[in-house]
Design a binder for this molecule. Structure first.
Ligand SMILES: Nc1ncnc2c1ncn2[C@@H]1O[C@H](COP(=O)(O)OP(=O)(O)OP(=O)(O)O)[C@@H](O)[C@H]1O
Ligand SMILES: [Mg+2]
Length: 385
């Protein structure tokens, strides 16, 4: 049977007395039948849907075939626990090392061909765990996947889901999982460690255990073809039982030299000057993230736009990178002199006296005086060691 998964969802909706779920999937089935040329069958289904009680009428958005009712709210704060968005496919590109990209494509294929794989006994539940340092693109990846699959993204900020009211968290969790099953979507649990931290390493051990157990139960009850993505910066904190439930795990590493080069090149796009030394840029940005590279590129592009230039200024780009790195390392550069000293120390090759003078609009003699101070500071430091 071609559309077994839709039929099963409609049945599930009926058995759980979840009208929106049944209506949404019936609408989706009608759309798919229509696409296959089965107009008569699609019409019959829609006629039945038209007779659905008024309260359910909003459930199906005719233009998309799917729609979501009111998202769940936290019983205590009354804030939404889910944020719904509709990412566009491939609007922004994602750059990853090839092995990781390949695994990601496997996940997408296995979601797209779930029924076929299930028939062959080779399906894996659609569960993806993404982990890695901040700024490596985990949240971005979830958006990208939803865009590729053409599905709405239901983002749950796990830290806000964890309610201060005892027992409320498990209830919030159940509502979120129930909601995600109403129609095809990507359920995304961001900052997942807030929810799935290992049992027993927190203050309120009892509550945390209950939350992890509730999470395990909800994950187990979630049909295999419902897509769940979770992201964390602290994978070492995850409970092993939770970790095991993700058949697909994607590490998001800090970009290596080759990937940094690609990120600079692509993120600068049309604003890339033809003779820019990308190798130097990639090597000076060792240890940074895609997020930092993107920030420097956007800042430099804005500079260019304000100045009416068609490409970014190379030395200014290096300066922005140097200063952004200094801030990221917690350095306090309060004055122009501090900036000059830091840039000179960071990359003497790039920041010659002449380049510094032109960047800061001062004479090379003034730069020399500042730089000499740095050198005498350094030699004082050496003497006192
Ligand atoms: N590999 C990448 N390819 C394309 N863009 C990237 C990449 N890595 C980071 N970015 C850019 O950096 C921005 C910030 O990344 P994102 O917020 O997804 O990081 P994160 O891993 O979720 O960080 P955190 O752990 O702090 O939540 C993204 O919006 C994206 O534009
Ligand atoms: Mg994130």
């Amino acid at each position: 049977m071609d559309y077994l998964s839709e039929v099963l969802k409609i049945l599930e909706g009926a058995l759980k007395a979840n009208g929106s779920m049944a209506v949404n999937y019936a609408g989706l089935l009608a759309d798919k039948l229509e696409r296959d040329g089965e107009r008569q069958q699609a019409r019959l289904l829609r006629e039945h849907l038209a007779r659905a009680p008024k309260a359910l009428a909003h459930a199906q958005d005719a233009s998309r075939g799917i729609s979501l009712g009111q998202p769940p709210v936290d019983g205590e704060s009354r804030l939404n626990t889910i944020d719904i968005s509709h990412p566009q496919p491939d609007r922004e590109a994602l750059y990853l090392p090839s092995a990781i990209k390949a695994r990601l494509e496997e996940f997408i294929l296995s979601v797209q061909h779930h029924d076929q794989l299930a028939q062959a006994g080779a399906s894996l539940p659609a569960r993806l765990l993404v982990y890695g340092p901040p700024g490596t693109g985990k949240t971005f990846l979830a958006r990208w996947i939803a865009g590729r699959l053409g599905l709405p993204l239901l983002t749950v900020r796990c830290d806000t889901l964890v309610s201060s009211m005892l027992g409320q968290t498990s209830r919030n969790l159940r509502r979120v999982f129930d909601y995600a099953q109403q129609s095809p979507s990507v359920l995304f649990l961001d900052e997942f460690d807030a929810l799935a931290g290992a049992r027993g390493n927190e203050r309120d051990v009892g509550e945390l255990q209950r939350v992890v157990i509730a999470l395990l139960q909800n994950m187990d009850a979630l049909p295999d073809n419902c897509i769940l993505i979770a992201a964390t910066n602290h994978e070492q904190l995850l409970d092993p039982a939770i970790w095991r439930r993700f058949g697909f795990r994607l590490p998001m590493p800090l970009p290596d030299l080759a990937l940094r080069k690609t990120l600079w090149e692509k993120m600068l796009g049309d604003y890339l000057p033809t003779k820019l030394d990308l190798d130097e840029l990639a090597s000076l940005s060792a240890g940074t993230t895609g997020a930092l590279i993107q920030q420097v590129c956007l800042d430099s592009k804005r500079d260019a736009v304000f100045k009416g230039h068609r490409v970014i200024d190379e030395n200014n780009l290096f300066r922005r990178l140097g200063l952004t790195l200094a801030i990221a390392e917690g350095k306090r550069l309060a004055t122009v002199e501090d900036e000059i000293k830091w840039l000179r120390l960071w990359s003497p090759k790039r920041f010659s006296l002449r380049v510094l003078a032109s960047l800061y609009n001062i004479s090379t003699r003034q730069v020399t005086t500042v730089v000499k101070e740095t050198e005498s500071d350094a030699s004082q430091g050496r003497k006192s060691e």
